[in-house]
Design a protein around this ligand. Structure first.
Ligand code: SAH
Length: 360
């Protein structure tokens, strides 16, 4: 596709683009507001633009590039969208309604190059990193479906970069997308409402710390020792726990007084959930004295994965040990498991076990 994807341009870039077409600057701002604030996805819907300009835009550019193939709705209200890029690659986005806010979980890559053994997305391998426009568009599509086109986005929308892919391997697109969505003339989702999760790309953790108006950071640990983490998350062979924790310690300098960052820890039955491992994890965090909290995520199972979730009692005990050593710990409730929308389940599945559940 040679067409320029306008949903991936900042307001300034759109102004330059229309000026090159011989149009006045205000047209650029008008198009930005139409695509981002009103969340329109076709030039013909921007009825306040002259017809001739719409035709000119259509020749050179596109307002949207993703198509929604399927939408799955969980019994808990979570929605999963399976979309396709213009080059026919899968992109998945999850919309999670909560009592006081809604969260949109977006993908940064189609597939993922990291080989985390507990994650279904890994089985796709990397298809490619997404562009800024493709990241922004996922959010627009989810908001339009939840609230209707042109309806003002409720203030409470949070974003998490925890869908398919490793956000820090799509760093430039990611940061650009976050700049676009934070524009008050657009979606106006400010960085304080955004959390990005990394498997531990150490140089990017350091870089993120230096960016003004950065999002919050979550780091996936999954194991308290290098020996186990090498097996569960092979990225650990490149950046082992000592380097990762040191980068987290450095990142801490950029935290606001009330801010903490998050360690995520997927709980795998009999693999990383023993009392001893809880103590090792607490000691690791305390050794570096990082101001972090831990989110325990019960494993979301899927047929090809060789793991089972830890029992609720085990998760509670693990948490109690961490807390007894002064580590703030929360247990994440899985959402949308029945439609393969939960953490680590995004692998472009067409079928779901929804029918089976309804059948008994
Ligand atoms: N690549 C990034 C973001 C995507 S994964 C990262 O690794 O952080 C988002 C979170 O889901 C990570 O914390 C990951 O460890 C977790 N996860 C992956 N597979 C899972 C599974 N099957 N069950 C529960 N959590 C899983």
């Amino acid at each position: 596709m040679n067409h320029l994807h306008l949903a991936g341009l900042t307001q300034e870039e759109l102004v330059s683009f229309v000026e090159e077409l011989g149009e006045p600057a205000y047209r650029g701002r008008q198009i930005f507001a139409a695509l981002q604030h009103r969340r329109l996805r076709a030039f013909d819907d921007v009825s306040d633009l002259p017809k001739a300009l719409r035709a000119k835009l259509r020749e050179q550019a596109t307002a949207s590039s993703l198509t929604v193939e399927s939408r799955y709705i969980s019994e808990d209200g979570t929605r999963r969208y399976l979309m396709k890029t213009h080059d026919n690659l899968p992109v998945e986005t999850v919309y999670i309604p909560e009592e006081h806010r809604d969260t949109i979980c977006f993908s940064s890559q189609s597939g993922c190059p990291l080989q985390c053994s507990f994650c279904l997305t890994a089985q796709l391998g990397l298809l490619r990193s997404l562009t800024a426009g493709e990241i922004v568009e996922q959010i627009i599509i989810a908001l339009n479906d939840a609230y209707g086109i042109s309806v003002k986005t409720p203030r409470g929308t949070n974003l998490v970069g925890m869908g398919a892919g490793e956000p820090f391997l799509a760093f430039d697109s990611l940061m650009k997308a976050l700049r676009i969505v934070s524009d008050p003339k657009g979606l106006h989702i400010v960085p304080n409402r955004v959390t990005v999760s990394t498997a531990g790309v150490v140089p990017r953790i350091r870089e993120l710390a230096t960016i003004p108006g950065r999002p919050h950071l979550a780091v996936s640990l999954a194991a308290p020792t290098d020996e186990l983490r090498n097996v569960l998350m092979p990225i650990n062979k490149k950046w082992p726990l000592s380097e990762l924790l040191m980068a987290c310690k450095e990142f801490e300098q950029s935290l606001k007084p009330t801010e903490r960052f998050t360690f995520e820890y997927v709980m795998l039955d009999g693999v990383n959930d023993s009392d001893e491992q809880a103590r090792q994890l607490a000691n690791l965090i305390n050794r570096y004295q990082v101001r972090a909290k831990v989110n325990l995520i019960p494993h979301n199972p899927a047929d090809p994965l060789p793991y089972r979730p830890s029992s609720p009692e085990r998760v509670d005990k693990f948490r109690a040990i961490l807390e007894s050593k002064g580590v703030h710990t929360f247990i994440r409730k899985p959402r949308g498991r029945d439609i393969y929308a939960a953490c680590g389940q995004l692998a472009a599945r067409q079928e779901t076990n929804l029918i089976q559940l309804q059948g008994g």
